[in-house]
Design a protein around this ligand. Structure first.
Ligand code: TXA
Ligand code: MG
Length: 367
């Protein structure tokens, strides 16, 4: 069934109370509203209304065994959702909320099974985006919200991305401009003795370690392997099911030093273009500069095939790379490329989250 999707622009700097109130009314009425958070756009429904939450799964085409993150305005709402909250969780909320950190905790009985995939834990975060904040305050109910993309697609960082995936399937999209962090929240399981990083994201591992001392990394998180869509990861935790932040085109990911990678890039570009393939390259400014012949080589006249380049910004600014990554993949898809080439980033800071998303998107990892 087609639904009429309202697209309403609200400036994060000058919140329009009427627009926010309308979005909040829809949430309270069991409808679906996509809204910006600082990480990516979320597809929200009243977390305490099982029928509304079920509609999220239908709209996204997401399987019911993949649990959702519940969003709250601030830490004072936490005990409505979670029990046996350990001291370390309170400490983490103090440092990182509101912000891109999701905590997995034991759930309150009142949290509907459809939110947690029937499991004993619930994932909770307090987003810091002013629109998300205002919506939560106005709705006065926790909001369950996965990323507002069709299941297995790349997460949306603009309202247009949401529109492209979900128009006709949800009641409202709040357009608050592009999101600032660009990759999803860090998901941290704090139900055990030592916190376990389930998904690297907007809060870096280094920042977490600085606060809590020790964080265990999920085994297999570091190496993408032959095919980054690793089945065993899915079994290890439902949190890893969102395995494919995948563009439409195949993505081949190069691991290794940037200089080596550039040579490999050039060879690959040549080979694939010779086959007449339309290529998309996810590059940094340094890639383009260091290989100044790159533009000549790639875009020069008389060559068959076509190459489209998306810049991710500077190699030295992983925050920019994170912010642009998903939009760049979507742009290459929109340009109709058949094959995307990308390389990994340093495995530090936001590099963990960036590499994780690249590996999950990749059809093939070239070491
Ligand atoms: O930044 C974000 O986290 C965005 C914005 C909208 O908040 N949301 C987001 O949601 O990325 P989603 O559904 O696309 O990803 C949530 C991840 C999934 O991989 C899910 O399996 C995991 O969190 N998750 C949710 N509840 C969990 C639980 N109880 N235990 C383990 N993992 C859980
Ligand atoms: Mg998602």
């Amino acid at each position: 069934m087609q639904i009429k999707t309202q697209l309403v622009a609200i400036s994060p700097d000058q919140l329009d109370p009427t627009g926010i109130a309308h979005a909040a009314d829809l949430i309270r009425a069991g409808k679906l509203v996509a809204f910006p958070t600082e990480t990516v756009y979320g597809l929200g429904a009243d977390a305490l209304n099982p029928a509304a939450v079920e509609r999220i799964f239908a709209a996204k085409g997401r399987p019911f065994y993949d649990p959702l993150i519940v969003h709250i305005a601030d830490v004072s709402w936490l005990e409505r959702l979670a029990v046996e909250i350990p001291p370390i969780a309170w400490q983490l909320t103090q440092h990182f909320w509101p912000g891109p950190l999701t905590l997995v905790l034991r759930k309150q009985a009142s949290v509907p099974d459809v939110v947690t995939a029937g499991g004993p834990t619930v994932a909770v975060r307090a987003p810091r985006h002013p629109i998300a904040q205002a919506l939560l305050q106005a709705a006065a109910t926790p909001i369950a919200a996965p990323s507002a993309n069709r299941f297995s697609h790349t997460s949306p960082t603009t309202a247009q991305h949401v529109w492209d995936d979900l128009a006709g399937r949800i009641e409202m999209i709040v357009d608050g401009g592009p999101t600032s962090v660009g990759v999803e929240s860090t998901v941290l399981d704090v139900t055990g003795d030592v916190p376990v990083l389930l998904r690297p994201g907007g809060v870096t591992l280094e920042a977490l370690v600085a606060v809590v001392g020790e964080v265990r990394q999920r085994s297999g998180a570091k190496n993408g392997g032959e095919n980054a869509r690793e089945k065993e990861e899915i079994v290890a935790s439902p949190g890893l099911l969102d395995t494919h932040y995948a563009p439409q085109a195949d993505l081949w990911l190069f691991q290794g030093q940037p200089a080596t990678v550039r040579d490999a890039f050039l060879r690959m570009v040549d080979e694939e273009r010779a086959k007449g393939k339309r290529l998309g390259l996810l590059l940094t400014e340094e890639d383009a500069q260091d290989v100044s012949l790159f533009s000549v080589y790639v875009l020069g006249p008389g060559r068959k095939g076509q190459v489209v380049i998306e810049s991710l910004g500077s190699y030295a600014r992983l925050d920019e790379v994170a912010q642009r990554l998903f939009a760049a993949m979507r742009a290459l898809d929109a340009a109709g490329v058949e094959l995307m080439l990308a390389h990994e980033f340093p495995e530090q800071g936001l590099g963990l989250a960036i590499n994780d998303r690249l590996r999950r998107a990749a059809r093939q990892v070239i070491a």
